[in-house]
Design a protein around this ligand. Structure first.
Ligand SMILES: C[S@@+](CC[C@H](N)C(=O)[O-])C[C@H]1O[C@@H](n2cnc3c(N)ncnc32)[C@H](O)[C@@H]1O
Length: 290
């Protein structure tokens, strides 16, 4: 008698059970199983329950097994399905892009809070996203700021290409530009600068979870010996990049708030630190006084 699941629902439940047994207590087996099974058979995850009773073809069964094997080998779900939701929008990924993290929504929130206080969301602002990756931060901001335009810069040509494709697919191509460059060397004064640059200490990268160290690009992680290389490079250039009265928002590691605040204060900026949902320092806001 075969124990192979006959229907999509049975396959989803069997996948969740296997993930729970093999991935340990921090895993999210039911969610992972739903996303993996949906992607393997080419259906939207929110439609999956509607076809629970449908019989599986042999090809679908093989595709689900292959996705499950990759997950059990430590590959993140977002890499397997090729996309990740951020700010309610779905971003496609490539090998050159970081998987956008929920914590990074703190950066979007802090930026919007400043815009609400100073300009209002209908003001046409110019925004630059340094180290744009999938374009998640810039595109999330443009989705809230109907009159604004933005430039996303990345040292990786492939990341810039992925971000451009995301902007086009999500309907923001006419208000965004994505280009290859180092930090923001080639761009003029703007109203808002956002950046989630690489900020992990070089020596720590090999100690990170395998989901991160084996699957996120090292260019997206490596912040140099003390993790602060990117902040030093960008802050040194910030007076040129930022209009008087403008602001910059940087994502940081939980223990980098003091170091970046010091760097920014010495460069003449007014600084505030924002915490994420877990209460960790997550974003440093730099205001250039008028
Ligand atoms: C931590 S990832 C952030 C990606 C995306 N903004 C996000 O939040 O999901 C940092 C990004 O900086 C890019 N990067 C690294 N060095 C750079 C440089 N010198 N100039 C521009 N971008 C750089 C990496 O390729 C990567 O896409």
């Amino acid at each position: 008698m075969s124990l192979r699941p006959a229907t999509l629902g049975a396959a989803r439940r069997a996948a969740a059970k296997r993930l729970a047994a093999e991935l340990g207590p921090d895993a999210t087996p039911a969610l992972d199983a739903r996303l993996l099974v949906a992607a393997a058979i080419g259906i939207a995850p929110d439609q999956l329950l509607l076809v629970d009773d449908r019989e599986l073809s042999e090809a679908e069964r093989r595709a689900i097994d292959a996705a499950l094997d990759r997950r059990l080998a430590g590959e993140p779900v977002a890499r397997i399905v090729g996309e990740r939701e951020f700010w309610g929008l779905s971003f496609r990924l490539s090998e050159a892009t970081l998987v956008p993290r929920p914590d990074t929504e703190t950066l979007v929130e802090a930026t919007l809070a400043w815009i609400d206080r100073t300009h209002g969301r209908d003001k046409p602002l110019r925004i630059v996203d340094i180290g744009t990756g999938s374009g998640a931060i810039l595109i999330a901001l443009l989705s809230e700021l109907p009159q604004s335009i933005g430039l996303g810069i990345d040292l990786s040509e492939e990341a810039a290409r992925t971000a451009r494709a995301n902007a086009a697919r999500l309907g923001f191509a006419d208000r965004s530009l994505f280009t290859r460059g180092s930090w923001a060397e080639s761009c003029g004064p703007v109203d808002v600068i956002v950046s989630n640059p690489p900020y992990i200490e070089s020596g720590v990268i090999q100690t990170l979870d395998r989901e991160v160290k084996d699957h996120d690009p090292v260019l997206a992680l490596d912040g140099g010996d003390d993790g602060l290389d990117a902040y030093r490079a960008i802050v040194a250039d910030l007076s040129r990049l930022m209009r008087p009265g403008g602001a910059a928002f940087f994502e940081i590691g939980y223990d980098q708030g003091r170091a970046l605040s010091l760097l920014a204060t010495r460069a003449g900026f007014v600084v505030a630190v924002h915490t994420d949902l877990a209460g960790h320092d997550r974003v440093v806001e730099l205001i250039r006084p008028n």
